[in-house]
Design a protein around this ligand. Structure first.
Ligand SMILES: CC(C)(COP(=O)(O)OP(=O)(O)OC[C@H]1O[C@@H](n2cnc3c(N)ncnc32)[C@H](O[C@H]2O[C@H](COP(=O)(O)OP(=O)(O)OP(=O)(O)O)[C@@H](O)[C@H]2O)[C@@H]1O)[C@@H](O)C(=O)NCCC(=O)NCCS
Ligand SMILES: Nc1ncnc2[nH]cnc12
Length: 289
């Protein structure tokens, strides 16, 4: 694939549509009311340093990034071109939030999916969940595993890298490099099944989030709670699902109880929240083509 950001004008419209849709998916994730340990419009969850307005500022700072990376995808870029857009976007986000990491995972995951949707749109291929995920895996999977991480502290390691070393998990990079197996095999089926049964977006989103928490090795949970924290969060989510999930009559009360428990343990499933936004993107990508 050739590197380069120059994009012919005929790609501007689909790229804008793809990028705006990614932003809308991120908005739906943070706006979802009942979530365990995560920021909502009414709660900081397990976070002292951010709230809903921090996320809105972050989204505002990313409004050009997603259309831009989708447009870049139309030119069939190599990973280096995408990476430099991603690192720029991280900088904008950190400036807008006063140094708080709201969307680093999403900049990476949804950035890659926007670029893949751009590749497909430019090649007049149908936009489908499996094909855009396969494009991410086949086009950039090997390069993203080989690239150094963007988020560094004084020791030069991101939180994700530190827990990868300690606990041997792959995190955001392994998920994207494999073509988003958690979103495809866990988040999307849970979302689609509840949406078909109930017609209720909120319940479908909540069920998908819990299915993801029950199955993903979320490096945020590992960072904050260690192996015991991750295991506890997975068990709580699996138990919620086993008792009927969002199809149970008292589901909101049960989510709120799990939220209180996560907050008391300072647990936050930020990686699963990002993968909920990825799931929503995949659920709607077919309508963008
Ligand atoms: C490739 C990078 C994304 C680097 O990833 P790395 O694995 O090195 O780790 P992190 O920098 O720690 O970030 C990865 C974030 O990905 C999310 N995530 C976690 N687990 C998974 C998973 N299994 N699958 C998918 N995604 C996952 C998660 O994001 C959320 O957490 C963020 C908050 O994190 P953190 O700052 O650690 O949180 P706090 O607990 O609040 O910290 P303290 O309060 O304790 O200080 C939040 O933003 C969510 O989004 C992970 O955190 C990337 O950094 C990189 O290389 N970027 C360069 C750009 C690039 O290459 N772009 C390519 C083209 S787009
Ligand atoms: N709603 C949310 N709360 C906390 N961290 C997150 N990372 C992504 N979405 C999040």
């Amino acid at each position: 694939m050739a590197s380069g950001r120059l994009v012919p004008d005929r790609h501007a419209l689909p790229a804008r549509r793809i990028g705006r849709f990614a932003l809308a998916c991120l908005y739906r994730e943070v706006a979802l009311a009942h979530k365990p340990g995560l920021v909502t419009p009414w709660s900081r969850g397990s976070h002292e340093d951010m709230d809903f307005s921090t996320f809105l500022r972050s989204l505002q700072s990313l409004r050009h990034y997603f259309p831009e990376i989708a447009a870049c995808g139309c030119g069939r870029p190599d990973f280096g071109a995408l990476r430099s857009l991603g690192i720029d976007a991280e900088r904008h986000m950190l400036r807008a939030t006063g140094g708080i990491n709201t969307h680093r995972g999403a900049i990476f995951n949804l950035g890659l999916l926007c670029a893949a949707a751009g590749v497909a749109a430019a090649g007049r291929q149908r936009l489908e969940p499996a094909s855009v995920c396969a494009l991410v895996r086949e086009s950039w999977g090997a390069s993203m595993l080989a690239a150094p991480a963007g988020g560094h502290d004084e020791a030069g390691l991101s939180h994700g890298q530190k827990v990868a070393v300690r606990h041997g998990v792959g995190g955001a990079r392994a998920e994207a490099a494999a073509g988003f197996p958690s979103a495809m095999a866990v988040g999307l089926p849970a979302y689609v099944s509840v949406l078909e049964t109930t017609g209720d977006e909120t319940r479908a989103e909540t069920q998908a989030l819990f299915a993801l928490i029950a199955s993903v090795d979320d490096t945020n949970l590992l960072w904050r709670g260690g192996a015991a924290g991750l295991a506890h969060a997975k068990r709580s989510a699996a138990d919620f699902l086993a008792r009927g999930g969002v199809l149970a009559r008292d589901w909101r009360g049960r989510v709120d109880a799990i939220d209180a428990d996560f907050r008391s343990r300072r647990l936050s499933p930020g990686g699963s929240a990002d993968l909920l936004a990825v799931t929503l993107f995949l659920a709607g990508v077919g309508a963008l083509g």
